[in-house]
Design a protein. Structure first.
Lengths: 336, 336
DNA sequence: AACCTCAACTTAACCGGTTAATGATAGGAG
DNA sequence: CTCCTATCATTAACCGGTTAAGTTGAGGTT
């Protein structure tokens, strides 16, 4: 493994018989370089296999051409049974690739890593920071924004953190779902809600409550944490509380899948005995038994939108919206 | 959004009444700094909220403290229906976080992004590069290695690319699986293989062929691309070719899930009519109908091991193994 | 011929750290 | 009291680029 010396600007300049500055201008595609010189420099660059040193460049431009995506979970939990983060990453990746920016991924579950993220961003390692769905009223986005670092969140921040964000219409989607159940004649409609320290959990529960109130129905609420296992537990609890339930709105597809399992175990048929609607529209839900009726949220689009907004901020564009809310849509399959 | 000027070493030095060099030594925890001075510097650092500029530091140390993970697919395909990459990322993330390194994620599907990755690595933006399961005989790992950049692959590289790698025992796992089918009295055992331009696809098919040969049975092979949809198609093709099949070894859980769907559609019961064994042991397979017998491969461990090996290379450790092969294990559930 | 203009290149300062070489100071030995 | 040594701080060079300011010379005016 030969650590061949990498050629520097200086070397290219010598070889082409010009000054460093000229080479720099050619490399950066500046105009006002005579064609003959440009050509000579280009040849020297090729012959030496010159690639600009990013650290040196960043040092003077104060730009790194990379963007951080913070996943506010420990690396252990992220991805374990989850399709949300992968989809976000996918969307972000597409958009950043198009802009020729790099993606730096950071897990920030512990308080320790919290400081790590802050230091990292402040050290100027990235041009901007994106936060994927946070728990509670995390102060970090606000802190970074105040330090002048471009920041954007996926999911409306809890508290009045003054940070731009991208979110989906949880409330509207849930209302459509629950109204669908009501319209189908269901009268004992329960919900399995998500964690109440996350906007996605809170807003979806609010949508359920509002719609049931509007319909004058009794509410049955169980809380899960978006995992399949918690969906199983919650469904069991709901059935124990009211064995005559005829529908359940579940705040995530993963939990809905758990609910389907628990319902089958309990001898209920879906949708004849109990109708089930989920939220997410993961690929997997097309293949569940029965295929899951669910509220589609455009997760990858959220990622793309976040990335686009952040790039706008980084480039100092004016008039960017403080909030973008993407639509959700009820996808009717067989479970309801 | 006040872009507050970030304090530099110089500022801290002035404030503490010492030289830049001394501050640098304190910040980097060098010995041979008198306690009183160290304390004064530390105070100045705190008061000013000083954070070292990473670009400046990298410029002189030639280190960036970050590592790239290359996913050789376009961002669009990665993650779409896949649980492999997320698990790799999780493993890598855990290990890098412990070492206080950053993870840079790059999708490299197109030839264009190929050059992008090479330039990025050569520009010294990262200290090392990890490749997740590649297609075909990709020259990039070898190219980077020859340039003196620490490199490691997940999955034995095709061709004789002289690059260290981490892989799992595909062959052994498949043998155990297929022998399990033979031992259960199955005699018409088909396989749905993975893409034949990937080691995981090739080795698993080789395991199937070897074991069937050893048992003196007829081989039935269909090829998929590791997606559920391709599993459905392949299963249909196999049933059309031999309607009396009594078992199928499927080279990935996702495809196995597709096979289960196709078998149900075709009116076959699992395992009584047809036994099914997958490969991966994704979380989801515990909950399929019926729960899937499968070969477990420790994907997150692969990620961790890759990261550890690479960190070793980056730190110039001697005597690192060129290849690490992790064990696989048959997990028997109800589908076979 | 003297002068001006302008395009195109070079010079040199600067970005913010690290570190080898150098210098200063105090304590101990002779 | 002088000299040596050990300890700790400072000076200054360097990492590899970018870019404002300065220089050069060809071509056009009068």
């Amino acid at each position: 493994m030969v650590t061949r010396e990498r050629p520097t600007l200086e070397a290219v300049a010598r070889r082409a018989g010009v000054s460093r500055a000229t080479v720099s201008r050619v490399v950066n595609g500046s105009t006002s370089v005579a064609a003959s010189i440009r050509e000579a420099v280009t040849r020297a660059v090729d012959e030496l296999g010159y690639v600009p040193n990013q650290a040196a460049r960043s040092l003077v431009t104060q730009r790194t051409e990379s963007i951080a995506l913070i996943l506010p979970e420990t690396a252990n939990r992220v991805f374990s049974d989850d399709l949300f983060f992968p989809a976000i990453i996918r969307g972000v990746g597409v958009e950043l690739e198009a802009a020729d920016k790099q993606l730096v991924l950071m897990m920030a579950g512990s308080a320790r890593s919290h400081g790590r993220v802050e230091r990292y961003a402040v050290a100027g390692h990235v041009d901007g920071v994106m936060f994927a769905s946070m728990h509670g009223a995390d102060p970090l986005p606000g802190t970074l924004a105040r330090l002048g670092i471009p920041v954007i969140c996926s999911g409306r921040p809890i508290g009045r953190a003054d940070v731009p964000y991208v979110d989906v219409d949880h409330f509207g989607g849930v209302c459509a779902a629950v109204r669908h159940l009501v319209a189908a004649g269901r009268r004992r409609i329960a919900t399995i809600a998500g964690p109440q320290d996350m906007v996605a959990g809170i807003d979806r529960l609010a949508g359920y409550r509002a719609t049931l109130e509007e319909a004058g129905l009794v509410q049955h609420v169980a809380i899960g944490d978006f995992t399949r296992e918690s969906g199983i537990q919650a469904m069991r609890a709901l059935l124990a509380g009211d064995p005559a339930l005829d529908a359940v709105f579940v705040a995530s597809d993963m939990m809905a899948h758990g609910a389907l399992i628990a319902l089958k175990d309990a001898g209920r048929r879906v949708p004849s005995d109990v109708a089930v609607i989920g939220f997410d529209d993961f690929e997997i839900s097309r293949y569940s038994d029965p295929p899951l009726t669910t509220v589609r949220q455009p997760i990858a689009d959220m990622g793309r939108t976040m990335a686009r907004q952040l790039l706008g901020l980084v480039n100092g564009e004016q008039g960017l919206p403080d909030a973008v809310v993407l639509p959700t849509e009820l996808v009717v399959r067989e479970s309801a």
